[in-house]
Design a protein around this ligand. Structure first.
Ligand code: SF4
Ligand code: ZN
Length: 297
């Protein structure tokens, strides 16, 4: 049984599953995330959010005509962490009968994240984020996907709103990840209205909970501080996260993006979309001593 502290609503395991499926369906419809005939690549790390995302999409997407699912996984090369989550991802897709494509930093960039981060551990998540974004885009393209679904939940989204506000990064705060510019595979976040706690209870009550190690670099992330702060607020003032997200949505709808975000250009080195001369990846790789084997996505 789970109790929503904001509304006082209580749900048993079956009703929680039905409720989450209905809310994911509603989120997909209200944001126009999926069209008939889409091939959806699900970014599957094997952790709890992406596991729940794959299970929920597998349950609701048959309602759309001709939609297919494929899982894509990135092996960053993080000792003591990624091997276990990769194993969990492989077992899940095998059980659901879904295709699976894995790409690794070693193949794309010439070495593991652990090697790239030696002496730069405090920048772990920003470096990893840039490399992962490229790796996922390559995997999704190779899998023939027309959309890329990620497991960001309500807590992640609320944390991102606050982090971007704290950094004063207004363009990122209002950037529409699902935007169809023709330059990216549009990204969708079907779990954006589902709280982390609901996902944990859903997995536990569906017998899908697996205890997995945490990435060793999370200790360096600003997100970890923001997460603690926001969880405290949510506990004392239920609904805080939803209100943060709703404020961002209103802001997105009401401002003229061109007024604050630079126009999208092409990286002069690799041709990927970016806002400056070079994309973040091409600017980063030489400083890591990384290979330049990444393919265009
Ligand atoms: Fe990469 Fe940071 Fe996530 Fe670890 S916690 S996988 S370093 S983004
Ligand atoms: Zn580039």
């Amino acid at each position: 049984m789970i109790r929503d502290r904001e509304t006082g609503r209580e749900l048993c395991a079956d009703h929680l599953r039905e409720d989450l499926e209905a809310r994911v369906r509603a989120t997909i419809r209200s944001h126009g995330m999926v069209r008939d005939g889409d091939r959806i690549a699900v970014a599957l790390s094997g952790g709890k959010d992406s596991t729940a995302l794959l299970l929920l999409l597998h349950a609701v997407l048959p309602e759309w005509k001709g939609v297919s699912l494929v899982a894509v996984t990135v092996d960053e090369g993080i000792a003591g962490y990624r091997d276990e989550t990769l194993g969990a991802a492989e077992r899940l897709v095998a059980g659901l009968g879904i295709g699976h494509r894995t790409v690794s930093f070693r193949d794309l960039f010439g070495d593991t994240l652990d090697t790239f981060l030696r002496g730069r551990e405090e920048r772990a998540c920003s470096i990893c984020g840039i490399l992962r974004k490229k790796a996922i885009a390559v995997a999704a393209r190779e899998a023939g996907a027309s959309r890329l679904a990620t497991g960001h939940n309500l807590d992640d989204e609320a944390q991102s709103v606050l982090m971007n506000a704290l950094r004063g990064d207004l363009p990122r705060l209002v950037r529409e990840s699902g935007e169809e510019t023709g330059l990216f595979i549009p990204r969708i976040k079907p779990l954006r209205d589902i709280a982390e706690k609901e996902i944990a209870v859903y997995l536990a009550t569906q017998g899908r909970w697996t205890e997995l190690p945490e990435c060793p670099y999370t200790q360096y992330a600003l997100r970890a501080e923001v997460r603690t702060l926001l969880s405290g607020f949510e506990y004392r003032h239920p609904g805080t996260m939803k209100r943060l997200l709703a404020s961002r949505d209103i802001l997105k709808r009401s401002i003229r993006k061109e007024a604050i975000a630079p126009p999208i250009r092409r990286c002069t080195r690799c041709g990927d979309p970016c806002s400056g001369e070079l994309c973040q990846l091409c600017a980063l790789l030489p400083s890591l001593g990384a290979g330049d084997r990444h393919r265009h996505a």
